[in-house]
Design a binder for this molecule. Structure first.
Ligand code: PMP
Length: 409
């Protein structure tokens, strides 16, 4: 018989210094309280109710029986060639001309963000981002102790004059700017689209100051108005843009499959970094995505989901104008998944969330976490893709009541 001596390891004393720069998402923590009767505008979840599940299961079965062990064996870090060829064709429809050899499949585009920081960032190196920007990109960059500098946006996206001033200031301080991280099309969290003139100006600026750009593009597949969704990568004649996109919103997030396009040197470095992280992106996911692309299932799904999301976007905009108290403003996105709401005055949306969830049964993401310095408190991100149209109207009405009560305090 073994005797059981209970000895507790002191994990805290064992942690690396790096963990000081790892922060659990406030969002996940806060949204944990959201019970079933809470209408959530909080997550960034796509609506999966219209997934062509029959086609997906047919494809999954076909992949296992047709590609057999190839789809189940270890694969190359560089990814499945058939998928990369198909991705090159898929991106060509958006004007991106690239060769399969310059594509690296990743475990979602989140891995691409992580790999870019891992390969390029030493402590103190600068990454310039939009302000606000995607929270989990900040999370990934912070682990490598990047100095993250946010630049203001307006309704046409990143303000290029301010960006130039920032670059000049950083250069004069001797800072090393490693890359500019941007989500030009239907940004997360604001939904804002960078104007095509600004996209060109950004590339021109990058050329003038010899800078690299990391373009994150999960949302350009579903826009609802006649807008120009040309990615920076399609306009990039100097190979300055590292491009990442994902199947999370156009196949399903659970497939955990994204990709990067970059020049050969960068792809090679990302692949070396990736080897140590996870050897390769799941082969099974890659073959399934290949078949879904090849059979036109992805394109058909995009057309369908676009209709659904347009109705939901319109419903949320309508509900906001019906119910929000005066002074509250919001963005009018042409696509993507989010609307950004700004409440005037001395409001802290992170404090208001408690009231919103507990009393009014509605959840959102407080704006603070999307700012590199967490120094702005009066806005919030609302997701319009996951809730139903009825929930959107009811939830926005309740949110308006929460704002009124909180401001009346
Ligand atoms: N970048 C942005 C801007 C996103 O909004 C998301 C997902 N919400 C991601 C990257 C990560 O997506 P995934 O890892 O699922 O591809």
């Amino acid at each position: 018989m073994f005797s059981c001596v209970s000895m507790h390891m002191n994990v805290k004393d064992l942690l690396s210094e790096r963990t000081n720069y790892m922060k659990a998402s406030d969002i996940r923590e806060l949204l944990k309280w959201a019970t079933a009767d809470v209408i959530s505008f909080g997550g960034g979840l796509p609506d999966l109710s219209q997934l062509p599940l029959n086609e997906y299961s047919e494809v999954a079965k076909f992949v296992v029986s047709n590609y057999g062990l190839k789809a189940l064996q270890y694969g190359k870090t560089e990814g499945v060639d058939e998928l990369k060829e198909e991705l090159a064709k898929f991106m060509a429809k958006q004007g991106i001309r690239t060769d399969a050899s310059l594509i690296l499949p990743t475990v979602g585009s989140q891995e691409a963000l992580e790999l870019m920081a891992r390969v390029f960032i030493d402590p103190g190196d600068v990454i310039i981002t939009e302000k606000p920007t995607y929270f989990a990109a900040l999370q990934a960059f912070r682990v490598y102790r990047a100095r993250i500098i946010g630049v203001d946006m307006d309704n046409d996206g990143l303000i290029i004059d301010k960006l130039e001033d920032t670059i000049k200031r950083l250069r004069s301080e001797g800072a090393r700017v490693k890359f500019i991280y941007t989500i030009p099309i239907c940004q997360n969290p604001t939904g804002v689209m960078m104007s095509i003139d600004r996209r060109k100006a950004l590339l021109e600026l990058a050329s003038r100051y010899d800078l690299m750009i990391l373009e994150d593009n999960p949302y350009s597949y579903f826009t609802f108005d006649p807008v120009d969704t040309t990615p920076l990568k399609a306009l990039d004649n100097e190979d300055r843009v590292v491009y990442t996109s994902t199947f999370s919103k156009i196949i399903a997030p659970g497939i955990r499959l994204g990709w990067v396009v970059a020049n050969q040197d960068i792809v090679n470095w990302l692949a070396i970094a990736k080897q140590a992280m996870n050897l390769h992106t799941p082969t099974l996911s890659q073959y399934i995505a290949y078949e879904l692309l090849r059979r036109g299932i992805v394109d058909r799904y995009i057309s369908k989901i676009k209709e659904t999301y347009k109705v939901k976007r319109d419903a949320m905009l309508d509900a906001l104008s019906r119910y929000m108290p005066s002074g509250v403003s919001w963005t009018k996105p042409s696509g993507g998944m989010f609307i950004w709401v700004t409440v005037p005055g001395n409001v802290r949306t992170e404090d208001m969330l408690n009231l919103a969830i507990r009393k009014y049964k509605v959840a959102y993401v407080p704006g603070k976490s999307f700012y590199p310095d967490e120094d702005v408190h009066n806005d919030m991100r609302l997701n319009f893709t996951y809730p139903s149209v009825d929930q959107i109207y009811d939830g926005v009405r309740r949110l308006a009541l929460a704002i009124e009560e909180y401001k009346g305090k």
